[in-house]
Design a protein around this ligand. Structure first.
Ligand SMILES: NC(=O)C1=CN([C@@H]2O[C@H](COP(=O)(O)OP(=O)(O)OC[C@H]3O[C@@H](n4cnc5c(N)ncnc54)[C@H](O)[C@@H]3O)[C@@H](O)[C@H]2O)[C@@H](O)CC1
Ligand SMILES: Nc1ncnc2c1ncn2[C@@H]1O[C@H](COP(=O)(O)OP(=O)(O)O)[C@@H](O)[C@H]1O
Ligand SMILES: [K+]
Length: 603
């Protein structure tokens, strides 16, 4: 399980560790700062090795998370001067290339060691293979504990030979407690510090950032409790204008750790090193964009006893969890046992939606898939389908034709392209509210409950609702923007009103269940922003729901759908141009890989 905590839970976690478990706050701060220094060192080292090996920066497969359209930051480090000492890595490589034996006589080596007392740096995980770190690092510290983490980072980078300069957004006298001890330690060890309280110009910071390779943002963490204005907003603007790589500590300063929205303004980080656990605000679309790549470092305390006290808001969906839902097929399985899905979808001009949903259900392993649609649409579909069956919903004999269509189905997917007229409303009411089975409700079927979402709580059977932010906004009487600004709050409200499992789609899809749990999908990419990809998701969830609990079907469907896009992007190198029908083509291979415990995205 990868838990995700709210701001209050993370603060309670630290408090409980300090007060109930007697781990000094100083130790937590040291672990946080040292962990961050390790991540930063590894980033510097990886870039340096890449440059020494002559790999052009542009060839890096890593994703640039900066604002849309903004240039990727320039290369981190200047090329090493000619004649510069070779790194340990290079010496080892050169030796191996010259054919020097890799195994040495142990006794001779031991005798040699005893004579020469060599001092060797043995890197621990996350640390670079070589010191000194050749990087110019600016650390911008606030007056609170986030700033305290910043001094710890500064001290460790200084110890590793980096060129470090700390800027403090207040006077030193304003810094107290553990942060003050770490500030003093950094300064007393020869660290350079410039005070930058509100009445001072920001030119020294601007000049330092022009020369810097990395800026570490340690202004605010989870203590941010009001919008940022004035001087601090200007400091953040200067950081954001700098072209060097920006690494935020805990959260980008200004980001609301709960909603993921900027409070006034926010640092735009390339990487965020977060402490203890993921914060929920780092996982919203806005938060993810502002945080860049997120690294979690542990605080050196066991989680279980503390999490049992403080709880967590959500879990990240893991491939291992989905693997446990995917059972191998029995040798004597027959098509009826493999899942019988009815897709109630499509209308004139929107037949594609029905086809995408139905084909997705087949590719996900359903044994029988039937599209139930209007007579004209059913007629038009007959010439376009081979493995999929069709059945007509007769508006004049609605209930009778629906009952016939629903007989023996294990699950129903309803909504894509169905239309919003009165006959569609009658179909949706009959199936969603009165049929006693599992229904995946999407698109038009959701919109037909706008203004009356509470009626969904009275539905027979069970429901999985799959809204995008616009559809959820319609259900809750809000704008799509309002939903995006508070995705976790909105999905919880939707579950409370409807008592259904709700899947809120988008970058970082969330699944929430009526018993209060939430799951976040970290897979997927913007290639999914293409017409019909939601219909494909509806199909896979409906097919999985034939053989899994509804909640597991939603979790597995969301992850595999997202992984399909990631696999496509990995294969093509593209972030656009994916056609919805191609998503489902990847399902059988992904299901097979996950079932065997193979990472489908591993090279
Ligand atoms: N012992 C602990 O509790 C640990 C805390 N850690 C760090 O401590 C951070 C939290 O530290 P703090 O609680 O000191 O808070 P911050 O350092 O995030 O913020 C400092 C103070 O700024 C003030 N402030 C809030 N919003 C403001 C605004 N808009 N404009 C001006 N001032 C504002 C508040 O009074 C707040 O307490 C975490 O994010 C993490 O980085 C880590 O060192 C791990 C251990
Ligand atoms: N930027 C993105 N990153 C990750 N997933 C995305 C992104 N944009 C869209 N998606 C996914 O693509 C699907 C789009 O669904 P939906 O909006 O219903 O599309 P449609 O109505 O065209 O079928 C959802 O599963 C959503 O989570
Ligand atoms: K920060």
């Amino acid at each position: 399980m990868i838990p995700v905590l709210s701001r209050a839970q993370m603060r309670a976690f630290d408090k409980f560790a300090i007060e109930a478990c007697h781990v000094p706050g100083m130790v937590l701060m040291e672990n946080a700062g040292r962990g961050a220094a390790d991540v930063i060192s590894a980033i510097i080292d990886a870039r340096r090795l890449k440059q020494l090996q002559g790999t052009p920066e542009e060839a890096s497969p890593s994703v640039w998370h900066g604002p849309a359209g903004s240039p990727r930051p320039p290369s981190l480090l200047p090329p090493p001067p000619s004649g510069a000492p070779a790194t340990l890595h290079h010496r080892a490589t050169a030796g191996a290339q010259r054919g020097r034996p890799l195994r040495r006589d142990k006794a001779a080596a031991s005798a040699e060691r005893a004579r020469s007392f060599p001092v060797r740096h043995i890197p621990s995980p996350g640390q670079p293979a070589t010191y000194p770190l050749e990087a110019r690092v600016v650390v911008v510290c606030g007056a609170g504990n986030n700033g305290g983490d910043g001094y710890v980072v500064a001290r460790h980078l200084l110890a590793r030979g980096a060129d470090v300069h700390v800027f403090l957004t207040s006077r030193s006298e304003a810094v107290t407690g553990e942060s003050r001890i770490n500030l003093d330690a950094y300064v007393d060890l020869g660290g350079e510090l410039t005070e930058m309280p509100s009445d001072t110009p920001l030119t020294p910071l601007e000049e330092a950032l022009e020369r810097a390779d990395i800026v570490v943002d340690a202004i605010f963490g989870t203590g941010l409790d009001r919008p940022i204005h004035g001087h601090l907003a200007e400091v953040i603007a200067v950081i954001n204008a700098a072209s060097c790589q920006c690494i935020a500590l805990d959260v980008p300063s200004g980001l609301d750790a709960d909603s993921g929205a900027p409070l006034g303004t926010s640092v735009q980080a390339d990487d965020t090193v977060t402490f203890g656990h993921l914060k929920i605000g780092l996982l919203t679309p806005d938060g993810a964009r502002l945080a860049g790549n997120v690294h979690v470092v542990d605080l050196g305390v066991p989680d279980a006893p503390i999490l049992a006290q403080v709880g967590y808001v959500a879990e990240v969906i893991r491939k291992e969890t989905v693997r446990s839902y995917l059972q191998p097929r029995e040798a004597n399985t027959h098509k009826h046992a493999a899942g019988n899905v009815l897709v109630i979808a499509g209308s004139s001009g929107k037949l594609g939606a029905a086809l995408l949903t139905a084909r997705s259900a087949l590719r996900s392993g359903a044994g029988l898939v039937t599209i139930g649609t209007w007579p004209d649409a059913a007629l038009a579909l007959q010439s376009r389908v081979v493995e999929i069956m069709t059945t007509s919903i007769e508006p004049e004999q609605l209930e009778a034709s629906l009952e016939a269509a629903l007989a023996s189905r294990h699950a129903v997917a309803i909504g894509p392209g169905l239309g919003l007229d009165d006959r569609a409303r009658a179909v949706v009411d009959h199936v969603v509210l009165r049929w006693d089975g599992l229904k995946v409700v999407d698109a038009d079927a959701l919109t037909l409950f706008a203004g009356r979402a509470e009626v969904l709580a009275t539905a027979k059977g069970s429901l999985v609702l799959t809204p995008h932010p616009g559809e959820l906004g319609r259900l809750l009487g809000r704008s799509a923007r309002a939903i995006e600004e508070d995705r976790f709050g909105a999905i919880r409200e939707a579950v409370r009103i409807t008592q259904a499992i709700v899947v809120l789609k988008g970058a970082r899809t969330i699944i929430a269940t009526p018993d209060g749990r939430m799951f976040i999908c970290m897979a997927g990419n913007p290639a999914l922003a293409t017409a019909g990809s939601g219909d494909v998701l509806t199909g896979i969830i409906a097919a999985f729901a034939c053989s899994m609990a509804a909640e597991c079907a939603a979790i597995a469907g969301v992850l595999i759908h997202a992984l399909a896009a990631d696999a496509w992007s990995l294969a093509t190198g593209a972030d656009r141009g994916l056609q919805a029908s191609e998503i489902a083509e990847k399902f059988p291979g992904l299901i097979a890989a996950l079932s065997r415990g193979i990472d489908p995205l591993a090279p």
